[in-house]
Design a protein around this ligand. Structure first.
Ligand code: SF4
Ligand code: F3S
Ligand code: ZN
Length: 103
C-alpha cells in the first residue's frame, strides 16, 4: 500500500502537469508517487480503473507508462485541486495505491 507519510519519507524530485512527483524515480521501472493532496503510487497502481470511473469530479486521467512492470498505464491525479475528499477512490482501489489527505 501507499505510504501515507510519503511527504516526510520521500523527496519531491519532479513535477508533472502541475502536481508533484515524489521519488525515487528510475524510468521506466520506477515511477514514484504522483500528486500530494490526491497521491497515487505509480509503482503500486495496476490500472484497475475503479478510481477513474468512480471519482465524482474526474480528478484522474490515464497516462501511458510503457515498460512499467505493474501496468502500462496509470491513474494520474491530474485535477487534484478539484477533489472533494469523498474518499471513494481510496476505498475502491484494490491495491491501496491512493492516499487522500482529507486533513
Ligand atoms: Fe475523487 Fe473523491 Fe478520490 Fe477526491 S477523494 S480524488 S473526489 S474519488
Ligand atoms: Fe490504479 Fe487503483 Fe486506480 S490500481 S487505476 S489507482 S483503482
Ligand atoms: Zn502525474
Amino acid at each position: 500500500a501507499i505510504d501515507p507519510q510519503f511527504h516526510e519519507n520521500r523527496d519531491q524530485v519532479d513535477e508533472h502537469e502541475g502536481h508533484a512527483v515524489w521519488g525515487p524515480v528510475d524510468e521506466p521501472e520506477q515511477l514514484g508517487i504522483h500528486g500530494t493532496h490526491v497521491a497515487v503510487d505509480f509503482d503500486i497502481c495496476l490500472a484497475d480503473g475503479a478510481c477513474v470511473e468512480d471519482c465524482p469530479v474526474d480528478v484522474f486521467e490515464w497516462v501511458d507508462t510503457p515498460g512499467h512492470p505493474e501496468s502500462e498505464e496509470k491513474a494520474d491525479p491530474a485535477n487534484e485541486s478539484q477533489c472533494i475528499d469523498c474518499m471513494l477512490c481510496v476505498d475502491v482501489c484494490p491495491v491501496d495505491a491512493i492516499d487522500v489527505d482529507a486533513g
